[in-house]
Write a protein of this length. Structure first.
Length: 354
């Protein structure tokens, strides 16, 4: 990997305390960095649907948790229990086990703006059969709600993702400790955009909900506002009452790569990490150059039988791999062979190997 600035690495590790309420992948234990956007060569969306035959591996069954969240995607009423603290994150203000969808113990936990931080954002991406899903991406900026919404409307670094929000969509944001209020300047976003499906509209609303919750570090409901009153609808979605986050496995992609980031340059070893939820915790990866698969393999995540995403990490030796531009591609397993359920979900990043 290219060398990181020490301050960026420290900020990235500390600010991953947002994992208390969002999927995380033990960023303090991997080489993490916050990079500006790049114009690196990118792959097409069709790469997300390429099949991969996975070698199955049994995983120890975990107790099935109950999710507490309601919203556009549906949900239950009982909260998921808070996980045990992780020793690797003992220095963080709100330590937690990786990939927890739970609320923090203190509902008043907040984080103020800090320059040089890593802002967790959620963008929309397509899946094979699961419809539009949210993918997490970190971008550089102050860890504040205002910055997060600005970056959300700027759009993603990864060209496989997209945002439903244009510059100027948001007119302010406030957090009173109970509800996060996101304000629009007018009612121009009440109705769906041309060609916007109901599923895309729901994903757009959840894109904001998941992002501001990650920055606020708690599962606070989000009230969309126009001037001084609630927005009755946003993109046709009923938002008259505060919106809570949809269940993780209904709203997020089941595969999300955190490291490497889009446009990263690596040498020697490729450290692949992220979060996933796959059948029997088994997932697969391929290193591709164009249509050619240069290397491939499988790995086991830390679990799968709960309504959350589990961390994974894999070190890929690059011995014998010629310098050049490549794509690292990862997928969940689909034991039905494409006949049932949401199918395999994938993620990919374009990298340069030197």
């Amino acid at each position: 990997m290219t060398p990181d600035e020490p301050d960026d690495k420290l900020a990235r590790a500390l600010h991953d305390a947002v994992s208390r309420i969002e999927p995380r992948d033990a960023l303090a234990e991997i080489r993490s960095r916050t990079r500006p956007r790049s114009d690196a060569k990118v792959e097409t969306m069709s790469n997300r649907t390429w099949p991969l035959v996975l070698l199955g591996a049994a995983a120890t069954a975990a107790v099935i948790g109950v999710v507490a969240f309601v919203g556009g995607f549906g949900g239950d009423d009982d909260p998921d229990p808070d996980p045990a603290a992780s020793s690797s994150q003992a220095a963080e203000p709100t330590p937690s086990e990786p990939a927890s969808p739970s609320e923090p113990e203190s509902s008043s936990a907040t984080v103020g703006p800090e320059p040089g931080g890593a802002v967790p954002l959620y963008f929309i991406g397509d899946t094979e059969r699961g419809g539009p899903r949210l993918y997490r991406e970190f971008q550089a900026g102050d860890l504040s709600l205002e910055t997060a919404l600005d970056l959300l409307s700027d759009g993603p670094t990864d060209p496989d993702y997209r945002t439903a929000w244009q510059k100027g969509s948001f007119d302010g944001v406030e957090d009173d400790g109970d509800v996060i209020s996101v304000r629009f300047a007018d009612d121009s976003l009440n109705t769906p955009l041309p060609g916007m499906s109901e599923a895309e509209a729901q994903a757009a609303v959840q894109q904001v909900v998941y992002t501001v919750q990650a920055v606020a570090q708690r599962r606070a409901p989000v009230q969309f506002m126009i001037n001084d009153g609630p927005a009755q609808t946003v993109y046709g979605v009923n938002t008259a009452e505060p919106i809570t986050n949809a269940p993780i496995l209904e709203a997020l992609s089941h595969m999300s790569i955190t490291d490497p980031e889009q446009g990263t340059t690596v040498s020697g070893t490729l450290e692949l990490s992220g979060v996933a939820n796959s059948f029997e915790a088994s997932s697969g990866w391929e290193l591709r150059q164009g249509d050619k698969v240069v290397k491939k393999g499988v790995w086991m995540a830390e679990g799968w039988m709960e309504d959350k995403l589990f961390p994974f990490a894999e070190s890929i030796k690059l011995d014998g791999v010629a310098p050049g531009d490549y794509t690292i591609w990862a997928t969940t397993d689909d034991p039905t062979g494409g006949t049932e359920g949401v199918g395999a979900m994938t993620d990919s990043k374009d990298i340069t190997i030197q």
